[in-house]
Design a protein around this ligand. Sequence first.
Ligand code: MRU
Length: 366
Amino acid sequence: MNINTNRTLWLKDPHTLQVLDQRRLPHEVVVQDLSSTDKVVWAIQEMVVRGAPLIGAMAAYGVYFALRESLVFGTAQSREAHFARSMESLRQSRPTAVNLFWALKRMEQALSTVPQWEAKVQTALQTAHQIVEEDVELCRQIGVHGLPLLEQISQTKQGATVNILTHCNAGRLGCVEWGTITSPIYQAFEQGMNLHVWVDETRPRNQGANLTAWELSQRGIPHTVIVDNTGGHLMQHGMVDIVLVGADRVTRQGDAANKIGTYLKALAANDNQVPFYVALPSTTIDWEIADGLREIPIEERSPDEVKYIWGWNGHELQKVLLTPAESPALNYGFDVTPARLITGFITERGVCPATAAGLQGLFPEA
Ligand code: MRU
């Protein structure tokens, strides 16, 4: 099978979107075929694919499939009803990453001036492709702007190892290519910088242990997986030079939602004067809200993700129970790091303070 592993999703033919199944990594590289809006929604909900920019790109192809599916209906009314139902199921797939809603809005805008259904299908496809190509470039630019931060640390340390701590996966697996936090890391590593990444395992879904560690291994980048509670200790002992995390939604005043546990890393970084940067494309900024704690919807997922854990038994992936079967568990997917704990944002247009003025300075049109 011809797997384009530089990308996390690609269109195999007009009927088939292919994605890397992230539930199986790092143990198996499996490609899933998705050929309907329902399958796209399933893949987002089950976290076959995950990460804010990638969820946005997936939603765009979900809209394309919804329009293709509509063509089987004879009347405009039934086509519109199918399309509206599909849009609603995409909207309901996951609540926190704003890229999903951004992508749906962008698709609706592109379609609003196209009256013919057949032409809408083509417009949807072109717009989805554009979203994908733009994401690649946004992430590359994040790397260009984030690189000087790493270079500065490397110079201060006179070439000694730059230790970066990250949480969850904000690498290329969360995007289309490059990733957000990994883009400056890849670019620094290619230039020969001496660096090392502390990878939080990121319970309960272990995106750090499974995905970030795999990505870094693939590129030969030195890294060490740590349990989520280790970061504070490392920071107290001068073993972390910078924390780099991604985001699922950043408000216009600079509060940032990211994978559960990010806030605790920000607190520890603040207490130890370790710079804490959030790397994000502008598609992750929600300009409509200010107060992240009150206004960002936090996903609550199945308690089973806490109670059970998946691992490789030498032959196959296996799910085992961790807790007493009768113990209840609680599974919030994200937390909000207040702007005051964030040193700055690394975006495609540059680095700015985590303030309303900082974001507005980079994106005056918003
Ligand atoms: O639940 P997930 O795996 O979708 O959460 C992903 C994150 O929290 C990432 O840090 C974020 O989406 C940024 S991906 C560039």
